[in-house]
Design a protein around this ligand. Structure first.
Ligand code: ADP
Ligand code: ADP
Length: 225
């Protein structure tokens, strides 16, 4: 089954006496192991689409399936559980906890999830090492470069083994060289884990390195060449 499936998704916001139609029957399927770029001009609805996929908003029509499970009319508590267990999020800014080390930042979500401390630490160490941060485990975010901070944020996002990674301009705050490097690492992580990823970006070079590109046009999701 697709990790993420939009079926005839509608989303509109009130505007004056009418409505601003952001999505009006959008279709999208992202399969395990696929890395899909979401490329669209500002205001087209990228954040709205990511919020719908991340179960932070509900569609006004249609259905959003996560791993085959319909979510549109699910109770908030169930949506929160699905979000915690099935999804990882990466944003433009890392949102790491400043007073904790890189390792602790990656251990934390696993403890919240109920994993034992020893297992969580071992998994966090393995992940951070995979991301090239073996020598940065005890550093706090302020002691890390921008690219390193973002790699820690990626490790945190996938620490609980989600089936879907949602990223909003994950390298948007990095210089082009570092962005290319961090993106390459993200790519190999997705490849190694078989997780599905939807990545919103303005960077056409990075978009070109993903498996597919989609855009939002007139409220529909379209494939780009
Ligand atoms: P993007 O991320 O592509 O820039 P957004 O999804 O943030 O686009 O927004 C799409 C459009 O919907 C914009 O015109 C925005 O002003 C509008 N919009 C977004 N959220 C709301 C909201 N909560 N209420 C009203 N309008 C909104
Ligand atoms: P980049 O060129 O990738 O932005 P920086 O010049 O910010 O990297 O940092 C280079 C190295 O120095 C990084 O590996 C980082 O871990 C380390 N570093 C940066 N700032 C600090 C700091 N305040 N304390 C300790 N180490 C730091």
């Amino acid at each position: 089954v697709p990790a993420l499936f939009f079926s005839k998704v509608e989303r509109r916001y009130p505007q004056g006496s009418g409505a601003l139609e952001i999505l009006r029957g959008a279709e999208l399927a992202i399969w395990p192991g696929e890395l899909v770029a979401l490329v669209a001009p500002s205001g087209a609805g990228k954040s709205t689409l990511l919020h719908l996929a991340g179960l932070l908003e509900r569609p006004d029509g249609g259905e959003v399936y996560i791993g085959g499970t319909p979510t549109a009319t699910m109770a908030d508590s169930e949506r929160t559980r699905l979000r915690r267990e099935e999804m990882g999020f990466v944003y433009q800014f890392h949102h790491l906890l400043p007073e904790f080390s890189a390792l602790e930042n990656v251990v934390m979500p696993q403890l919240i999830r109920g994993l034992g401390a020893k297992e969580a630490k071992s998994r966090a160490t393995e992940l951070l090492s995979f991301l090239g941060l073996k020598d940065r485990l005890i550093h706090r975010p302020a002691e890390l470069s921008g690219g390193e901070q973002q790699r820690v944020a990626i490790a945190r996002a996938v620490a609980n083994g989600p089936r879907l990674l949602l990223a909003d301009e994950p390298t948007g705050n990095l210089d082009p060289h570092t962005a290319g490097h961090v993106f390459g690492i993200l790519l190999s992580l997705v490849r190694a884990s078989g997780l599905a990823a939807l990545v919103a970006t303005h960077n056409m070079e990075l978009a070109g390195r993903m498996d597919r590109r989609v855009t939002i046009r007139d409220g529909l999701i379209e494939q780009l060449a």
